[in-house]
Design a protein around this ligand. Structure first.
Ligand code: HPA
Length: 237
């Protein structure tokens, strides 16, 4: 038996989970990188596969898009499936001219102007910034260094809107944000709530200052560097 949104049996989900937003990417990663991969969730088309990477059991689970979807899946994974570690692997729009297409950004924290935490039942004041797991970030940074993969650490802005006005950029840069995406805050909120580990590795897919954009067809293969970094890191955590 699963949860309201996940049909997988409890034992079918590994303690270590990678979460891309897109179910097609889940299938791509499972087929390319996992051995003995088994499809464990199909509900609502949010695919999940559990298999082995270098002998370590890992689940790849699509979060869907945005705070509500990531909020639901990460809650159920931490709470019901007792997952220990989640690394989101996604894309983000850069707020900085020198954070360029295909650059990797490791979230050290997420900023959100939303009231997700209040609506999710957190007691006390709305918390605008939530930190990622320092332990996970240490392992990822080290793994990147060993493999010669350049990566920047910084705060991400988790937005409710994909289509935003340009005039907002400087406001979020002033708040320390290097890029914008739509899921990390919800993931970090749930990790904190359930005393679990989480972070996000993001590939810059568009630059909001220069207006450069990655071609969507090209995107698939170019994300491999991030995928390998996440897999190599999660097996050590
Ligand atoms: N905005 C929000 N989310 C995103 C973006 C963006 O520009 N790029 C990738 N995810």
């Amino acid at each position: 038996m699963g949860t309201v949104h996940i049909e997988a049996e409890k034992e079918d989900i590994a303690k270590k989970v990678l979460m891309p937003g897109d179910p097609n990417r889940v299938k791509y990663i499972a087929e390319k990188y996992l051995t003995d991969a088994k499809l464990v969730n199909r509900l609502r088309g949010e695919l999940a596969y559990t298999g082995y990477y270098k002998g370590v059991r890992v689940t790849i689970f699509s979060s869907g898009m945005g705070i509500p979807s990531m909020g639901i899946y990460s809650h159920e994974l931490f709470d019901y499936y007792d997952v220990d570690t989640i690394i989101r692997i996604g894309t983000a729009g850069s707020y900085l001219e020198d954070l360029k297409l295909y650059d990797l950004l490791l979230a050290d924290s997420a900023f959100s102007k939303t009231y997700f935490d209040e609506e999710a039942g957190r007691e006390g004041d709305n918390e605008e910034v939530i930190n990622s797991s320092q332990e996970l970030n240490g392992v990822i940074t080290n793994t990147a260094r060993i493999r010669g993969i350049p990566i920047t650490q910084g705060r991400v802005h988790t937005s409710l809107a994909f289509y935003t006005g340009e005039s907002n950029i400087s406001k979020y840069v002033d708040l320390g944000c290097k890029a914008v995406e739509m899921e990390t805050y919800a993931l970090l909120y749930n990790a904190k709530k359930f005393y679990k580990k989480a972070t996000s590795i993001l590939t810059i897919s568009d630059n909001l200052v220069t207006r450069d954009v990655i071609d969507p067809m090209e995107r698939e293969q170019k994300l491999d560097q991030m995928i390998v970094l996440a897999l190599e890191s999660i097996i050590k955590c």
